[in-house]
Design a binder for this molecule. Structure first.
Ligand code: SD4
Length: 348
């Protein structure tokens, strides 16, 4: 078992990415301290921090950081970041080109949330690429928090989103290959690999959870996914559920999750992580508490399953931890420098 807690940079040269000027980022530490103090008085606020799940998060963080530093709000930033993998047909776990359900339909789940309890989400959305933007419209234009299925698509079209085919020839081919055996088995870390790209390579892609904080210690987050590949039709995972795939609380923290959504959902994973932060734990300790609870609860049922949590404090302190090795995350500090880091893990 690896030591839980602060991640090591060793052995990840393939997945390490750095961009922009400025100093380095240490996981578990506040990034680029600037003016102000957190609500607990323990940590200086950062200028900005953006964190997101998996290798491809570097590109998403860059888009988010660009929005933040050009006057966009935190919600603008996390939405812009989430849209990057949504538009990427090579990413088979989110948006365009996502792997379909077992009947061949690509269905998307997404959520966006600020730290004042404002949130919007969609689940089982079809034929619209930018699920996170539809989720934001749910937040801003309706009294509801979650729209699903045909109703979500109808709402998106009414809001001016265009209908598009999300199943690409590559994803369709993968689905047809899967149909030969039709074996439903979640694969750990599938987000960081596909049939054309090796884990850790620069072109890796994935489902995204993205969190951001600003100089005032405000927080926001988003999460978007096509869910588990070849899932049962109608299946909705953790990602669009408040407190499962994403939770944000003013003055306390934000958390997002990745991996097998059923496991995250059964423990209200991100709500639990943020509750632990409210009780005084660091982001990393809070992620560990939630995963250890899951291990106690599920035991051998978790064998081979990946679950990862990523958390951010109002001061820009980052925590990440997973059940299994292989979970990576991208951290962008207040200077715009991005590092892709391996999360520590609790099991092998
Ligand atoms: C789900 N948690 O639908 C998502 C999948 C995921 O990285 O996060 N993949 O279960």
């Amino acid at each position: 078992m690896a030591a839980a807690g602060v991640s090591s940079l060793a052995g990840v040269t393939g997945s390490m990415a750095t961009a922009g000027p400025g100093g380095s980022v240490s996981p578990g530490a506040a990034v680029t301290p600037a003016a102000g103090r957190s609500s607990t008085g323990k940590q200086p606020f950062t200028r900005y921090a953006v964190v997101s799940t998996w290798d491809f998060g570097a590109a998403a963080n860059a888009a988010a950081f660009a929005r933040l530093t050009s006057g966009g709000s935190l919600l603008d930033a996390v939405e812009a970041g989430a849209r990057v993998p949504e538009a990427d047909p090579q990413n088979h776990s989110v948006g365009l080109g996502g792997y379909p359900d077992r009947d061949g339909h690509v269905t998307l789940d997404a959520i966006i949330m600020d730290d004042r309890g404002n949130l919007g989400a969609v689940a089982a959305l079809e034929d619209v690429v930018h699920a996170v933007s539809v989720a934001r419209k749910v937040m801003e234009k309706t009294p509801h928090t979650l729209l699903v299925g045909a109703g979500a698509t109808q709402f998106a079209l009414e809001q001016g989103f265009t209908r598009e085919k999300l199943l690409t020839p590559q994803s369709e081919a993968a689905w047809k290959e899967w149909l030969k055996q039709s074996r439903y088995q979640p694969q750990a870390n599938i987000e960081n690999r596909n049939q054309y790209l090796q884990p850790g390579s620069a072109g890796n892609h994935d489902t995204i959870g993205i969190l951001a904080c600003d100089t005032a210690g405000r927080l926001a987050g988003a999460c978007t996914t096509s869910g588990m590949a070849f899932k049962l039709r109608g299946r909705v995972g953790d990602s669009p559920q408040c407190g499962a795939g994403l939770f944000v609380e003013a003055g306390v923290g934000a958390a997002t999750s990745t991996g097998v959504g059923e496991e995250v959902t059964r423990i209200c994973g991100t709500a639990r992580v943020v509750a632990s932060m409210r009780a005084g734990m660091s982001p990393t300790e809070a992620c560990r508490e939630a995963l250890q609870h899951l291990i106690r609860l599920r035991g051998d049922a978790l064998r081979g399953e990946q679950v990862g949590f990523l958390a951010l404090s109002p001061a820009g302190e980052v925590g990440a931890l997973a059940l299994l090795p292989g979970f990576t995350y991208a951290v962008t500090d207040g200077s715009g420098k991005t590092s892709v880091l391996p999360a520590d893990h609790l099991q092998t």
